[in-house]
Ligand binder design. Structure first.
Ligand SMILES: Nc1ncnc2c1ncn2[C@@H]1O[C@H](COP(=O)(O)OP(=O)(O)OP(=O)(O)O)[C@@H](O)[C@H]1O
Length: 277
């Protein structure tokens, strides 16, 4: 049965009323958001708020319990394996720390998705890999092993790998984590350049407030299970929502709880049932 199609011309990805949780714990409670085509959308918010989970739902690694996750108008959650495989070929993903295969050199790391997903000739693979490496400034590093390059260079190789198949959508989870300020600036500039030059749509999950607010066209701030704010970086900075204010101004106190939900203090430390006084 074909997947039902919805018209959403300006949004490449759209979440509509998505509920999702792991085990008993609900992480997303009716989340709705839109990712406009051609733009960089940043998803930010407190740790554990479900940002990586949103990427997993879009990539089809998890399926929504309720609601729809639309990619180009089609519901990822309703796709069979073959449809999902085809949708995933249109996505590039760079997951947390974008680990490279340590036993493959830089060239082979970027060639990997091409070898996995296409039957291109060796000559074509070579041209594409060198083009992608050129785009991230590392054509000259093709023969180096991951152990021979810096963390910033490794991130750029991972970027090149995530665009190897010419995706329409690229998802980056924490692309700046662990980078020094110069490498971070380079990575941010690259994400912008690749997005604009290749006509991509980008979803970026990042904790780096300043870099992200500078880079993104649109920012979505997740509160517990919901969207706390959505808009341009300037709109989000000006938000009066207490959670957004706490987040944007990096305040240690506010609505974002310090404690992960669990048993109350009394339950854990109070008098135990049956314990001797
Ligand atoms: N595979 C899993 N099994 C069970 N619980 C999970 C799993 N993955 C994530 N969680 C829980 O789901 C919640 C959301 O996790 P997620 O990684 O999406 O948050 P996040 O906003 O990306 O966090 P961070 O910013 O710290 O990376 C957290 O409470 C986490 O403990």
């Amino acid at each position: 049965m074909p997947t039902p199609s919805f018209s959403s011309p300006d949004a490449l990805v759209e979440l509509r009323g998505v509920h999702f949780g792991y085990d008993e714990r609900e992480v997303l409670s009716g989340l709705s958001l839109r990712v406009p085509r051609g733009k960089i959308t940043a998803i930010m918010g407190a740790s554990g708020g479900g940002k990586t989970t949103v990427l997993r739902l879009v990539g089809g690694q998890q399926r929504a319990h309720r609601g729809a996750v639309l990619f180009d108008g089609e519901d990822i959650g309703q796709m069979n394996d073959e449809q999902l495989y085809r949708a995933r070929r249109r996505m590039g993903m760079l997951f947390q720390y974008g680990a490279l295969f340590t036993d493959l050199d830089v060239f082979e790391n970027v060639a990997f998705p091409l070898r996995e997903h296409t039957d291109l000739s060796e000559a074509l693979v070579r041209d594409i890999v060198l083009m992608k490496l050129h785009a991230v400034g590392l054509r000259g590093a093709r023969d180096l092993m991951p152990s021979q390059i810096s963390g910033g260079m490794a991130r750029r190789v991972a970027l090149a790998r995530s665009i190897a198949l010419d995706p329409e959508l690229v998802m980056y989870d924490e692309p700046f984590a662990g980078l020094d300020p110069i490498s971070l600036g380079t990575a941010a500039e690259l994400i912008r350049r690749l997005n604009d030059a290749m006509g991509l749509t980008t979803i970026l999950v990042s904790h780096d407030l300043e870099a992200t607010l500078q880079l993104a066209d649109q920012v979505v701030i997740l509160g517990p299970g919901r969207v706390a704010a959505q808009g341009t970086p300037a709109e989000v900075r000006a938000s009066t929502d207490p959670l957004v204010h706490q987040f944007v101004h990096a305040l240690p106190t506010g609505p974002v709880p310090f404690h992960y939900a669990g048993p109350s203090i009394d339950q854990d430390f109070g008098p135990q049932q049956g314990a001797q006084p």
